[in-house]
Each structure stands twice: as structure tokens, then as C-alpha cells.
Design a protein around this ligand. Structure first.
Ligand code: GLN
Length: 456
């Protein structure tokens, strides 16, 4: 813990941490030592990690990357945080992210940007950019992230690490500051599928404080990852696994370097015994407008709680209550957050609800149905995570729609609530990492981890 604290301090210019807490970290490292001496052999005992600053923590500040929560302290821990603590993991601090997890480059953090450790001129991806960069720079063996429309998978891809977003409802959202509640899901980010499996086993599980938490018994994802497939051999551990390649995930616009790296890892999967089959997800393109209606709609409602009354920032001077709300929110929220509140309020407003929100909900169901059609022909779906490698800092900053379009391959699984992961697939332009995306059917995390582990 001491060595990693020193390393993180020395790497401050990376921007990965919003809060580094040596006091809290050393105290929990001592507690882990004591458990170790007492014979505890839990896999995560003493393992250093840090949390995306969207999870509330009782012993450290929580900002969600926003000025409106500067100086905010939660009276309790998020369930995911509490569970990892119970498992003996040592939290070093809180990791930088886009404000309220809205973004794809970590440039919407109200505090500072995060650099991509592979090329400091490039973005690490987002919104879990700090979580990805910290692991990629070897400041931490693992971190937590959240994924609403790709925020675990895309930064994992841009930074060359492994990350998994489980099925919606597998990890509790209690204490995860809400962006779009019907999409938000927590997950681990680490160097390997194996580390992700260990973390996910500890993080997940039913929680009565989250109404959408899935009632399933505790899962041992590590055992599921290791379980041999029927008919598999040592040379062909993936024998019989059918991997579906949606033709819509390999469009003309996909950059050539990404295509090449993805194809190379698909060829590896074939060597390991998997068979590749063509499938179709015909509504892939519609995932962008559907997501960018539903997510802002839910965000506009969720963010109404930041009004200067109960917690967080309050404007210093105002005339009356309404003026206090206005000034507080005008000062506290950044441009992207305001944009989404406006879009969300618009699509939910009387007279537009049917035209936008209701339409989007119907299409969301059709997108989910398309996956079920595809899963008739395959066990796992594979494709790129993002159309390009990490872009240069500042490049997407003044064109939000361009950034939205780059979410095309991660949004469909989010809208369907399916588990998805990013696994390093090699390198593209400029020696930058490329991720392979694996998408499974509901509750098939074990199958994704198994395939990723075989590849690693
Ligand atoms: N890039 C997407 C957005 O800006 C996804 C973010 C996320 O998954 N939190 O909404």
C-alpha cells in the first residue's frame, strides 16, 4: 500500500485520482494485515484498489466529478464499496471521471482531465477514465467503474485493460450516484479477466436497498471462469463455443487498425476452438438516438435532487428560493450536464413525450429483441468496443454529437441490459490499445470471462 501510494503521488500529472487518501488506505492495510495473520485467506485481502468517484464513501469525499458536490461527504458507503471493504480490499482513494459519468473522454470532469498512459496527448476514454488510466499506468491492480452506455468498456479499450459490465441488476446501485437509473451498472476494471472475476464475485449480489437488484444467490465468477466446457480440450478450451459477429459491428466506417486488431483476436479465438458465425443486430444505429433520449431523460429527473437545499453546493447570494435553485445549478453544473438536463426535460415534456421518450422506449425493446434473435445462433457476440483508438485530447471537446456517435458499439448491450466486456485485442494506430468487445446473454458473465481468460 505504501509503495502504491508513493507511485500514485509521483504520477499526479496523469490526473487519475481526485482524492488520494494515505491515512485511510494505511489504516485498512493494517486491518488487512491483522486478518492475514489470523489466517484469513480471502482473495482480495490487502489488495489495493480505488473507486470511481461516483460511488459514495463515508471515509472520503465524493464529487461525481462535479463542482456541485465539491466538499460533499456521504454518511454511508455504496454497497459495492462496502462489499469490497468487507472482502479486505484496501481503497487508496477516489478516481477521476466525467461529471456525473456523462462523457467518453474524461474531459467533462469539473476538476481536471485524465491523460492516457500510453500517450499523454490522448484521452483515456470515459466516463471511467481515471479508473482505466490508474490500472493501465500500474498505479493500482484494479479499480471500480460504472457503465451506463459504455463507460467501463470504452476506457478499458482505450487504455488496454480488461473491464466487465455485468447484467443490469447484478451489482447493487445503492450509493452509486444516479445518472440513468435503468442503464447504470457497476463493474470491475483490472489487468485480466481473472482479476475481474475475483472482484465481480465480491462486488455483486442481491441488495434489498436497490429495487432493481437481481435476487440470485452469490456467484463465484472465478469458478465459472475456470469451469471447463463440455468437450473442451487443453488445446481447444473454447471448443463448441459459437461466437456471433454482427455485420453491423463491422461497418465501412470502422477504422482499419481497429478492424485488423479485432479480426486478429477473433482468429485467436477460432484457434482456441470457437466457431465464428454471422449474425445481425439490425437496429444497431438506432441505439444512438434511443440512448441519447432515454439517458438524458432519466438524468434530468435524477439530477433534480441537486438543488442547493439538501446537500452540495449552494449559491452564496440569491433573492428567493427559485433564484437560489437557479444560481446554484447554473454555478454547480458543467456544460455537458446542463445540455443533458435540457434535452431530457424537453423529451419528457407534455406534447413531446409520445414523440420522443415513448418511441425510444419501444425501440429499446426491439433492440433487446434483436439480441435474443442473434443468441439463437450463437453463445457470445463479439466485435469492436469503439470505432477508433483513443483520440487526441481536445479533439471531441466542442462537438458533443461526434462523441455520441463513437458510442455506437457499446450502447446496444446497455439498452438491452446485457453483460459486456472489453478485452485487450492488440494495438492500432500509434501503438495504441484496441479492445475486443464480448457480449453475453443475461447472467452469462461466467461465459464471457471464460472466453476472455482463454484469450489471455
Ligand atoms: N459516453 C456515454 C455518455 O456520455 C456513456 C457514459 C457512461 O456509460 N456513463 O453517456
Amino acid at each position: 500500500t505504501q509503495a502504491l501510494l508513493a507511485r500514485a503521488t509521483a504520477a499526479a500529472d496523469l490526473g487519475a485520482f481526485l482524492h488520494l487518501d494515505s491515512e485511510a488506505a494505511l489504516a485498512s492495510a493494517k486491518a488487512a494485515d491483522a486478518r492475514l495473520v489470523a489466517g484469513d485467506s480471502s482473495a482480495l485481502l490487502g489488495v489495493a484498489l480505488a473507486h470511481k468517484d461516483i460511488f459514495v464513501t463515508a471515509d472520503m469525499p465524493t464529487t461525481a466529478g462535479s463542482k456541485i458536490l465539491a466538499d460533499y461527504r456521504s454518511p454511508f458507503d455504496a454497497t459495492v464499496v462496502a462489499r469490497l471493504k468487507t472482502a479486505g480490499a484496501v481503497s487508496l482513494g477516489k478516481l477521476n471521471c466525467d461529471e456525473f459519468a456523462m462523457g467518453s473522454a474524461n474531459e467533462n470532469s469539473a476538476y481536471k482531465p485524465v491523460a492516457n498512459p500510453w500517450d499523454r496527448q490522448r484521452v483515456p476514454g470515459g466516463s471511467s477514465g481515471g479508473s482505466a488510466a490508474a490500472v493501465a499506468a500500474r498505479l493500482l491492480p484494479a479499480s471500480t467503474g460504472t457503465d451506463t452506455g459504455g463507460s467501463i468498456r470504452q476506457p478499458a479499450s482505450f487504455c488496454g485493460i480488461t473491464g466487465i459490465k455485468p447484467t443490469y441488476g447484478v451489482c447493487s446501485r445503492f450509493g452509486m450516484i444516479a445518472f440513468a437509473s435503468s442503464l447504470d451498472q457497476a463493474g470491475p476494471m483490472a489487468r485480466s479477466a481473472e482479476d475481474c472475476a475475483l472482484l465481480l464475485s465480491a462486488m455483486s449480489g442481491f441488495d434489498e436497498r436497490d429495487a432493481t437488484s437481481v435476487q440470485q444467490p452469490p456467484q463465484d465468477f472465478h469458478a465459472q471462469m475456470l469451469a471447463a466446457r463440455e468437450g473442451a480440450t487443453a488445446a481447444q478450451p473454447l471448443k463448441g463455443l459459437r461466437i456471433g459477429l454482427p455485420r453491423e459491428f463491422f461497418p465501412e466506417a470502422l477504422s482499419e487498425d481497429v478492424h485488423r486488431a479485432v479480426r486478429a483476436s477473433l482468429a485467436e479465438l477460432e484457434k482456441l476452438g470457437a466457431t465464428l458465425v454471422d449474425v445481425s443486430l439490425p437496429r444497431t444505429e438506432l441505439a444512438i438516438p434511443v440512448y441519447y433520449i432515454i439517458a438524458p431523460a432519466e438524468a434530468s429527473s435524477n439530477l433534480s435532487r441537486f438543488d442547493g437545499v439538501k446537500f452540495g453546493h449552494r449559491a452564496a447570494q440569491y433573492q428567493d428560493l427559485l433564484d437560489m435553485y437557479k444560481k446554484t445549478r447554473a454555478e454547480g453544473f458543467g456544460a455537458e450536464v446542463k445540455r443533458r438536463i435540457m434535452i431530457g426535460t424537453y423529451v419528457l415534456s407534455h406534447g413531446y413525450y409520445d414523440a420522443y421518450y415513448l418511441q425510444a422506449q419501444k425501440l429499446r425493446r426491439m433492440i433487446a429483441d434483436d439480441f435474443q434473435q442473434a443468441f439463437q445462433h450463437c453463445d457470445v457476440i463479439a466485435g469492436p468496443v469503439a470505432p477508433t483508438v483513443a483520440w487526441k485530447a481536445g479533439e471531441g471537446a466542442d462537438d458533443p454529437v461526434k462523441a455520441y456517435l463513437a458510442d455506437i458499439f457499446t450502447l446496444p448491450a446497455s439498452l438491452a441490459g446485457l453483460p459486456g466486456m472489453s478485452v485487450p485485442a492488440g494495438f492500432g494506430e500509434g501503438g495504441l490499445p484496441v479492445g475486443l468487445q464480448l457480449i453475453g446473454n443475461y447472467f452469462k458473465e461466467g461465459q464471457l470471462l471464460h472466453a476472455a481468460h482463454a484469450l489471455q
